[in-house]
Design a protein around this ligand. Structure first.
Ligand SMILES: Nc1ncnc2c1ncn2[C@@H]1O[C@H](COP(=O)(O)OP(=O)(O)OP(=O)(O)O)[C@@H](O)[C@H]1O
Ligand SMILES: O=C(O)[C@@H](O)C(=O)CO
Length: 422
């Protein structure tokens, strides 16, 4: 095992695992910190998925350090801390505190922070994060239920979360090549900077950064920052090239879609599925609170649908309605109620022979997969940039597609199934 990664949510971990697998690295993903003496088999990269994006910063630090220690003990030569390509965080953390704690653990002087992922429309220029053609602060991320992002200047955002000084690695330095990047990082470290937001607007920039970071013990960023890393190991003769599969055998059983993401892309996918007459049931937080909607009832409804086609259960709602719910129930309680209900539903369905789950939303996926009991995932074919099918290793044997809220085309819920072989 060469590369050890810690992801702050589950869909982010599959996004990263797909990036590494697409770039030829044998990658296995773990859900939670792997237990002591875990056999990582022939994995060249191990990605540990945490659910640490929105918990208290101290807990996120502790969990991330535990993951880092497990990866280092298993032989990782380089650590990557993966967070969201939209830099989802608050002034309390958790990107800054976790990155600083990992720097301390490794005794490293400086790390870059680069959420750019051009294939999904995320680019960083002059330290400002763009989502498509909009600044982060003008994008739908300004209304995220848990981490509303209202400042696009990432140097400023990260500085509010960190003790150490945050700097900028501008695009002209990146354009000058890997050596220029290394010189800039050394100079920044010499003046006491701990983290540097790195500009990148195209895959070529991310590959330059990747090359420059061959000897870095810690790298932080979105999945894009990983695209150049496998080549470093390849140049050193440590890995070959394992091709990504084009389709995946799925265990026999029924299919379901559970969407707990309120992100714009997911809402579009829900609308497209309903438009295509997929059977769909809406989860309403106020009804869960009132006890008129519960997991048993929702699961019954799903089981009663046509067994040959996937059915959709969604809580996805527009920002104004989400705000109303959060105001009456509390942000955390509203989120937890939906997550718990979908998690309970998934367990009932698993026990009724469902084996193919498509889950939308990072927090939602974390809750569902933990309840389902899948502990490690093998990476299958790409459905959309950042979203692969995965198959759990051992028991339970499930096909899982864990979709980040904002990823995928509108027809994602309809076409994802084409990549599964019966
Ligand atoms: N109708 C709703 N009202 C209030 N909260 C909701 C509603 N539906 C879902 N939620 C909560 O909003 C949160 C959505 O977060 P989640 O991470 O699942 O999606 P996302 O942020 O779009 O995805 P990602 O993190 O992958 O970008 C969850 O905690 C979920 O339970
Ligand atoms: O980086 C992204 O955008 C995703 O992998 C993610 O982390 C969403 O939760």
């Amino acid at each position: 095992m060469l590369l050890g990664a810690i992801a702050d949510d589950l869909t982010g971990a599959t996004d990263l695992s797909l990036m590494l697998a697409r770039n030829g690295m044998r990658t296995v993903q773990f859900v939670g910190v792997p237990p002591r003496n875990t056999d990582f088999g022939d994995a060249e990269a191990v990605v540990v998925a945490l659910k640490s994006r929105t918990i208290a910063a101290g807990d996120a630090v502790e969990m991330s350090l535990a993951a880092a220690r497990a990866l280092l003990a298993a032989g990782a030569e380089q650590l990557l801390f993966k967070y969201c390509s939209t830099f989802d965080s608050t002034d309390a953390g958790n990107i800054g505190p976790v990155a600083e704690a990992l720097l301390d653990l490794l005794g490293a002087e400086i790390a870059i922070a680069c959420p750019a992922f051009p294939a999904a429309g995320r680019s960083v220029y002059q330290g400002h994060l763009f989502v498509g053609h909009s600044l982060l602060s003008d994008s739908p991320m300004k209304d995220h239920p848990l981490t509303p992002m209202r400042d696009a200047n990432l140097v400023r955002v990260l500085q509010r979360q960190t003790r150490g000084k945050v700097g900028l690695l501008p695009l002209d330095v990146v354009a000058a090549g890997a050596r220029a990047v290394q010189v800039a990082l050394n100079e920044a470290a010499a003046v006491g900077q701990k983290l540097m937001i790195a500009d990148a607007v195209a895959d070529a920039d991310l590959r330059v950064l990747g090359t420059a970071l061959a000897d870095a013990t810690l790298i932080t960023g979105g999945s894009g920052i990983a695209m150049g890393l496998p080549d470093n190991f390849r140049r050193q003769g440590k890995i070959g090239t394992t091709p990504l599969v084009a389709s995946m055998a799925a265990p026999a059983g029924r299919s379901v879609i559970l969407a707990g993401s309120c992100s714009a892309a997911t809402r579009g996918q829900v609308a497209a599925a309903i438009g295509a007459r997929m059977p769909a049931l809406r989860i309403v937080p106020a009804e869960i609170a009132a006890g008129t909607q519960n997991a048993a009832g929702v699961a019954e409804w799903i089981v009663a649908q046509n067994a040959e086609e996937p059915a959709l259960v969604y809580s996805s709602d527009d920002p104004a309605s989400v705000r109303v719910v959060q105001h009456s129930l509390g942000i955390e309680r509203a989120g937890e109620m939906v997550e718990s209900l979908l998690a309970e539903v998934s367990v009932i369905l698993r026990d009724r022979g469902f084996s193919r789950f498509l889950v939308a939303g990072g927090e939602t996926s974390g809750a569902v997969v933990a309840a389902l009991g899948a502990q490690a995932l093998r990476i299958g074919p790409q459905i959309a940039p950042g979203v692969p099918w995965t198959r759990s290793i051992g028991v339970p044997d499930l096909a899982l597609a864990l979709k980040s809220g904002n990823f995928g085309d509108p027809d994602f819920f309809l076409t994802a199934w084409d990549k599964l072989d019966d």
